[in-house]
Design a protein. Structure first.
Lengths: 428, 498
């Protein structure tokens, strides 16, 4: 029997989980939630899955684990790299001394799979299953059952029904893999993440809100199936196991996706040379600021970027200017931002120097992006649900728990579910 | 992040680089990933086979200029130690290209079944400039130029061997020169026509499967010919393989865009038919399998020198002059050297595009240095001059006079089926505008250089040994009657000083 079972349900809002438990959409969740504590949790800044999951499994914010988003510029260059286990610089709990045999499945940011005592199957982004499995001798079994890291997003172009069907298939296979490997060994801790919920929310949020939509019931059915899987997991656990269930961010409707780089370019902060496929390498030295997904703003700093020209003396005034600009800007008559944070105020740790200078919190209904394709300020997209900073889920039931802070954040999860081990790690 | 530089490919990105491996698309707005070739949208994700430490990255965010694997050379940025596989390395073009690329720092691999040597010998002809065996050539390249070239005697049609070699080499660029390159040979009889089609069409088709399965990121440089287009009597420009974006067809009062579509082909022999089939095979493979290719519509090639070939006599490339294997300029110079009239077909007003061997090698090298993007098929017209056959004869005779030669020109019955009076507007902008090509040799200088070599006694003797093979005998009609001489004259040689 594992000491800890940490279940991840990507993008499940706290309020929705409670509502679905109460309304019968997720019947197994009802007694579960009643048996422990469910509280709203704050996500990472910005509210992006890669950073949030990294915080959940390390207890650090982005300044400590070095994951600020799905992408980052490789130091001293304009190369847009994708964050991975190689750039993830803090130790997740399963790699710490004395953590015991662990079964870790589908946790984002763990690709390529790094050695551990136990077994790990990476979560997205992981485009090659062969590098996503440790130990490698478990790969053939996963290949045989048709294990997929993630649902094929392109199916949304075929239709929502096909897309949802794909989500079901991927979840079924993932759960089959969980139980198969669970049976193989006496694991001390298991972490298992379901990610289909996030994909569903992104593309079918409008159908969730519109009860007359033909896809409304399929939306609920998917959550019902998630609950069935929760029930199946709970059947295998008893009171000796600490059960925690978390999501990495909340969710809400998205009505408009605004490209921050387009906005910066239109207002003289960003200038690109001509290019068929514009990217960061195309920024001209006159550029003073640029954005990266979802709401990260970087000053084009001398000494940090190869062609950067913004000096330390100019930075403060520029940040004030940008903050005023972002908070006052309206697109289609709608304010795009509610808050603009300074990176130096919100990040701590060995990699805080790599932080964005500003983090923009999007307004209601607005999503922000940092694409370098400057053709459209308002990006066309089939996505209609967006992440929120607030209202992710944190549930816990167990023994020897730490105190749940009033202002619960993703980086506090380990403090609550494994307080002693986390304290030892921090002290070390 | 810099101002534009002089190098034609400085701003090309890893998306064009054969050293990166496409991993998929990601749409971070929905936190999701999608499989290769399924997602229409999303961020491109690649890994670099040479720099795995970068991990997953956006290929458009590194340019050749900023990548440590790409080095600045005379041909633009070139992938350091780029592995280039030349099919048909023993040929007129294959060997000089091997030397040039090796000298530029490429790792050069090649195959050839030595068929050209056999076919020329079967014809009773020979290279006017003696050439070494491939074994000796490779050795000489090492001794004289300090380069290593890996050569395997292999038939393109031996697919097991070819695929194994591709798998072993993992080429980053593949140059397809391994074709039988003679229009009259393909028209001589049924066996030769079938051999041409079999070797060229089937060989190229098989190659494409090998690339798909074993080196899908390699750029394919496929040698085509300007003869694929024919010479449209309407005067329609010979665009570079594809119609320009604003091309429109008017029909029954309606307009239809032709932009991006393949332009019509009108081949002029079964050899040219084989080239057209090659074009379609490559075009389709790029579409079906996301292979990438430049299809090179090369003008009539001539000349015998390049910097590397000139380094030592044992490095020479072959130089054929007979009716089947010699191209027109090369044959005219040889005819002039032995006092044989320069034989013009029909009116002699046929216009064609031409390029020197040296310029052609520069073009191909520049194309190799600037690979297409995955799935991209593009065409270049590799031509520097457009001339009539009559003009060429006039110039050869004029330059021959500098060497004391008194040259006649002879119009003979045209053995081919072709238009003799036609407009001919060749569009050939891409190589100079997109690939930085500048001609390094002129027609007159190249002809002069050929006279210098071919007037040497040993060359004259080798020409005379095959004199009977210079006068055309192969009729497109299949008839065997001797071609009639229509007119013979001595071109007026203007006083050079005047």
């Amino acid at each position: 029997m594992p000491r800890l079972f940490l279940l991840g349900i990507d993008g499940l809002p706290r309020w929705m989980w409670q509502q679905f438990a109460d309304s019968g959409v997720m019947p197994n969740s009802k007694p579960l939630l009643s048996s422990g504590t469910l509280v709203p949790m704050k996500s990472a800044l910005p509210e992006v899955s890669s950073a949030a999951w990294a915080s959940i499994v390390t207890g650090e914010n982005s300044g400590g684990h070095n994951v600020y988003g799905f992408t980052d510029l490789i130091d001293g260059s304009y190369t847009l790299g994708f964050t991975s286990s190689r750039t993830f610089r803090a130790k997740p709990f399963w790699q710490r001394e004395g953590s015991g045999p662990s079964l870790i499945m589908n946790v984002p940011q763990t690709y390529p799979a790094q050695p551990l005592e136990g077994m790990l199957v990476s979560g997205f982004v992981a485009l090659d299953l062969k590098k996503a499995v440790h130990p490698a001798d478990q790969l053939p079994w996963l290949e045989d059952i048709g294990y997929e890291i993630d649902a094929d997003m392109s199916l949304i172009e075929t239709g929502k029904s096909e897309f949802v069907s794909e989500l079901h298939n991927v979840m079924a296979t993932r759960c089959e893999a969980l139980h198969h490997h669970w049976d193989r060994e006496d694991w001390q801790q298991i972490m298992f993440v379901l990610t289909g919920t996030d994909r569903l929310n992104h593309y079918l949020w409008e159908d969730y809100e519109d009860t007359s939509s033909p896809h409304h019931q399929p939306f609920l059915d998917f959550y019902h199936e998630v609950d069935v899987q929760i029930g199946r997991i709970l059947e295998r656990l008893d009171d000796d196991t600490t059960i925690a269930a978390v999501s990495d961010h909340g969710f809400a409707a998205q009505k408009m996706s605004v490209n921050l780089n387009c906005l910066l370019a239109e207002n003289g902060f960003l200038q690109l040379r001509e290019s068929n496929r514009p990217s960061y390498i195309d920024m001209l030295p006159v550029t003073t600021a640029f954005a990266m997904d979802p709401g990260r703003i970087y000053l084009h700093r001398e000494g940090r970027h190869p062609g950067g020209t913004v000096t330390g003396e100019q930075a403060e005034e520029l940040m004030q200017q940008l903050t005023r600009f972002l908070l006052s800007t309206e697109v289609n008559g709608v304010k795009i931002a509610t808050e603009v944070h300074r990176g130096r105020d919100i990040y701590t740790g060995s990699f805080a120097h790599r932080a964005p200078d500003l983090v923009v919190m999007p307004a209601t209904d607005v999503a922000l992006s940092g694409r370098m394709n400057l053709s459209e300020l308002i990006e066309p997209t089939a996505i209609n649900g967006k992440h929120t900073y607030t209202e992710s889920s944190f549930f816990v039931r167990g023994n020897n728990l730490g105190q749940i802070p009033d202002d619960m954040k993703v980086e506090n999860v380990l403090d609550v579910i494994m307080p002693a081990a986390q304290a030892r790690y921090k002290a070390a | 992040m810099s101002e534009p530089t002089a190098c034609h490919n400085a701003n090309q990105t890893c998306w064009s680089c054969p050293a990166v491996e496409f991993k998929g698309h990601v749409d971070f707005r929905a936190c999701g990933q999608a499989a290769f070739r399924k997602a229409a949208e999303g961020q491109l994700v690649v890994e670099c086979k040479r720099r795995p430490e970068i991990g997953y990255f956006d290929p458009t965010s590194i340019t050749f200029e900023h990548c440590t694997e790409w080095k600045k050379t005379d041909s633009g940025y070139l992938l350091d130690g780029m592995r280039v596989l030349i099919l048909g390395m023993d040929g007129y073009l294959g060997w000089p290209l091997a030397l040039k690329l090796a000298k530029q720092g490429c790792k050069v691999y090649g195959i050839d079944n030595l068929l050209r040597r056999k076919l020329v010998a079967d014809r009773g002809a020979q290279s006017v400039i003696p050439i070494e065996t491939m074994e000796n050539r490779v050795k000489a390249a090492n001794e004289e130029l300090g380069v290593d070239i890996d050569f395997r005697e292999m038939d393109l049609l031996d697919r097991d061997a070819l695929f194994a070699y591709i798998k072993e080499v993992q080429p980053e660029s593949i140059v397809q020169f391994a074709e039988i390159p003679s229009a009259p040979y393909s028209m001589a009889d049924v066996d030769k026509a079938v051999d041409t089609i079999q070797n060229n069409v089937v060989g190229t088709l098989g190659l494409l499967f090998g690339v798909r399965d074993h080196a899908p990121d390699a750029s394919i440089i496929k040698l085509g010919t300007m003869g694929e287009y024919g010479s449209p009597l309407t005067g329609r420009p010979l665009f570079e393989g594809l119609f320009p974006g604003d091309a429109v067809l008017q029909y029954k009062g309606e307009e239809w865009s032709l932009g991006g579509e393949l332009t019509p082909r009108d081949p002029v022999s079964f050899y040219h038919v084989s080239k057209v089939q090659g074009t379609f095979s490559v075009y389709e493979a790029c579409k079906y399998w996301w292979l990438r290719s430049y299809d090179v519509m090369q003008g009539v090639i001539y000349g015998n020198h390049s910097d590397e070939l000139s380094a030592h006599p044992s490095l020479a490339t072959r130089f054929d002059i007979d009716e089947w294997w010699g191209t027109v300029v090369n044959r005219f110079v040889a005819q002039a050297v032995i006092g044989m009239p320069l034989t013009i077909y029909g009116s002699g007003n046929q216009l064609r595009g031409y390029i020197t061997l040296k310029d052609a090698m520069q073009c191909i090298t520049r194309l190799i240095a600037a690979p297409p993007e995955p799935g991209q098929y593009d065409v270049v017209n590799q031509v520097t001059d457009v001339m009539s056959v009559k003009q060429i004869a006039q110039t050869v005779a004029t330059i021959g006079a500098e060497f004391g030669l008194d040259t006649e020109v002879q119009r003979i019955e045209n053995p081919r089926v072709e238009a003799e009076e036609h407009p001919y507007e060749v569009i050939h902008d891409k190589l100079s505008e997109n690939f930085g090509f500048t001609s390094e040799s002129s027609f007159e200088d190249e002809v002069r250089g050929m006279f210098e070599v071919l007037t040497k006694p040993e060359a004259v003797a080798r020409i005379k040994q095959q004199e009977s093979k210079l006068f055309p005998t192969t009729k497109w009609s299949g008839e065997t009657a001797k071609l009639k001489v229509l007119e013979t004259w001595k071109p007026e040689i203007k006083d050079k000083a005047a």
